[in-house]
Design a protein around this ligand. Structure first.
Ligand SMILES: Cc1ncc(COP(=O)(O)O)c(C=O)c1O
Length: 471
């Protein structure tokens, strides 16, 4: 076998990686220069005719690219909903890259297959979900939702005698999808991928926190019959709110009892992890009675990008929707083959990062992570509300806060943009906005294990400075 100079590459990577990670508390959260032309000029060496030494390529990546990296793993990154990087996840991901396993099947990759099997079992245990549930590790919540809704679609139609896996959807009996008004766009996108169409769903009204209204849901269900799929949320992208899972489960049970095959999916991208925190128990009551759950490793759990998790309480439906056979594969050795539970064929062993992170946190560590990030979100909310320069728009029940900046000229939206741009340019923090009920607001998402009280206090001061500068 030809040998390679791995050491030379590692000699470049190790100090660069450590420099980067050690710089996180001080480095600008957003790169000072980030325009497309500059970044491209820094990286575009042209495709060489004669290859470049690997250590040199990697050294160039360090010098050319690092200045343009956004510090997603900084404890002061509060944009979108982007998790940080737990040290155990980092180590696991380095190893997963080093081992380079194509982790679709047990026989060729027994080590990572068992790590993923254990990660799946630990997650069900930690979240209090039914032990018989099946788990797929995918790229993110988008694909987890797709996976769960594929199982849902096939199962509710199977119950009326239609085999989607064999026959597809042409000529299938009608199927109704019931969603919350304002549902996350990834659910609509999953419906598009599944041949159900983005516009086909019945939309149900929500309350002022974007929780589905049980009375409206009851009316919507009473108006439909036959195979029915519902999707609700464990953590709304804007308000962080939890739907009333117990009420949803009761309504689904009644709909099912009336002869309608029914499946309820929970999009838990933001806060499925709340189920691991005793203090959040009231918010997740009834969660385990539903049929499938999607979440992210790369958000609050702080696993490296990318990692999502699809969980189904009906393994046969999950497997029927996802599994694939081929004459040359080695399948069915009695252990879990990842390929049965996710849509990828070849795949990275994403669950290893979950295994490592769960071990490193432990049960109490995960509960503490949830409670701490919620507490820090509330700290942001209290300080900003007390300033008189901003209002908190949502009830801060999880790690998401919606802020209305109060402009002296009345243009609150422009002030929000100016404040976010100000702290970004200063390098102190990163926030992103949203248009919520027609109004431009600032979002705060506390999703990093590393964020502490001092970060919040420092960032609030920076936000208020930026607001005062604009007026
Ligand atoms: C409620 C909700 N669902 C789904 C997603 C998509 O998650 P991912 O980007 O991991 O696919 C997000 C992302 O923020 C979200 O907030």
């Amino acid at each position: 076998m030809r040998r390679s100079d791995w050491q030379a590459v590692l000699d470049v990577v190790t100090p660069a990686a450590l420099d980067y990670l050690h710089s996180l508390p001080e480095r600008p959260v957003y790169p000072p220069v980030a325009d497309h032309a500059t970044v491209r000029a820094a990286l575009d060496h042209g495709l060489p005719n004669i290859g470049v030494d690997p250590a040199e390529v990697v050294a160039d990546l360090v010098s050319d690219l690092t200045p343009y990296v956004t510090a997603h793993a900084s404890g002061r990154f509060f944009g979108f909903i982007i998790g940080g990087l737990h040290p155990a996840a980092w180590g696991a991901e380095l190893l997963v890259s080093t081992w380079d396993q194509n982790a679709g099947l047990f026989p060729p990759t027994p080590g990572v297959a068992v790590a993923e099997e254990l990660a799946a079992e630990w997650l069900l245990d930690l979240l209090g979900l039914p032990g018989e549930s099946s788990v797929g590790f995918v790229t993110g919540d988008q694909m987890a939702t797709f996976t769960c809704l594929a199982a849902a679609r096939d199962e509710v139609l199977r119950q009326v005698g239609w085999d989607v896996e064999t026959n597809g959807l042409m000529g299938a009996p009608p199927l109704t999808v019931v969603l919350k008004r304002g549902v996350h766009s990834t659910v609509l996108r999953a419906l598009r991928f599944l041949g159900l169409g983005e516009q086909s769903a019945v939309l149900v009204d929500c309350d002022d926190q974007d929780r589905v209204r049980p009375d409206a849901l009851a009316r919507a269900l009473a108006a439909v019959s036959g195979p029915t799929i519902l999707a609700v949320e464990c953590g709304n992208v804007n308000t962080g709110a939890f739907d009333d899972f117990a009420a949803v489960a009761d309504l689904a049970d009644a709909h099912r009892a009336a002869g309608n095959p029914t499946w309820v999916h929970v999009d838990g991208a933001v806060m499925l992890l709340a189920a691991a925190a005793p203090s959040m128990a009231a918010h997740v009551r009834g969660l385990a009675r539903l049929d499938s759950w999607s979440t992210d490793g790369h958000k609050l759990l702080n696993v490296a990008y990318d990692c999502g998790v699809a969980i189904c309480r009906h393994p046969a439906a999950h497997r029927a929707a996802m599994s694939v056979q081929a004459s040359y594969l080695e399948q069915g050795a009695g252990a879990r083959d990842a390929m049965d539970w996710n849509p990828e064929f070849s795949r990275r062993a994403r669950g290893v990062g979950v295994y490592a992170t769960l071990r490193a946190f432990g049960r109490t560590g995960v509960a503490d992570l949830v409670e701490r990030t919620v507490g820090l979100a509330q700290r942001f909310a209290e300080q900003l509300a007390a300033s008189g320069q901003a209002q908190v728009v949502n009830e801060v029940v999880s790690n998401q806060v919606l802020i209305r900046w109060l402009a002296t000229d009345g243009d609150n939206g422009a002030l929000a943009e100016a404040v976010m741009a100000g702290v970004r340019a200063e390098g102190t923090a990163f926030f992103s906005g949203t248009t919520y009920r027609g109004e431009r607001l600032m979002r705060i998402s506390v999703s990093d294990w590393a964020t502490d009280e001092a970060d919040v206090d420092r960032v609030v001061a920076s936000l208020l400075r930026a607001a005062s500068a604009r007026g």
